[in-house]
Ligand binder design. Sequence first.
Ligand SMILES: C[S@@+](CC[C@H](N)C(=O)[O-])C[C@H]1O[C@@H](n2cnc3c(N)ncnc32)[C@H](O)[C@@H]1O
Length: 110
Amino acid sequence: MSTLHRVLVQNAKSMKSLKSGSVDLVVTSPPYPMIEMWDDVFKKMTPKANQAFKENNGNTAFELMHEALDSVWKEVVRVLKNGGFACINIGDATRTINDNFMLYPNHSRL
Ligand SMILES: C[S@@+](CC[C@H](N)C(=O)[O-])C[C@H]1O[C@@H](n2cnc3c(N)ncnc32)[C@H](O)[C@@H]1O
């Protein structure tokens, strides 16, 4: 079996150079919502999530961060062939906001 490899440096929200239904396998590791080390990435993607943190509203921040990623998943579905596979590496997050410790279930939201 031969495979084709090209490196595209671009935003995964819009991979226009890939035809719809042309990809067999997607393997990806997105930034994890609610994990502090990715806060700056999400701040740029969705400034409203930053505002939600300032208001100590973790659930809203969680949802806004996922909404920022949703357009990537839509694009992944577009480029995948019928029966293709998407392997997404993501972990849940635990975080304390305003003395409120919570689990943010990234895997199930995704
Ligand atoms: C969890 S890291 C993955 C790191 C990678 N697997 C590695 O080993 O270096 C998430 C990466 O996704 C990138 N990223 C975030 N949004 C993106 C987007 N819309 N399109 C492409 N890459 C994105 C981030 O800049 C970050 O480098």
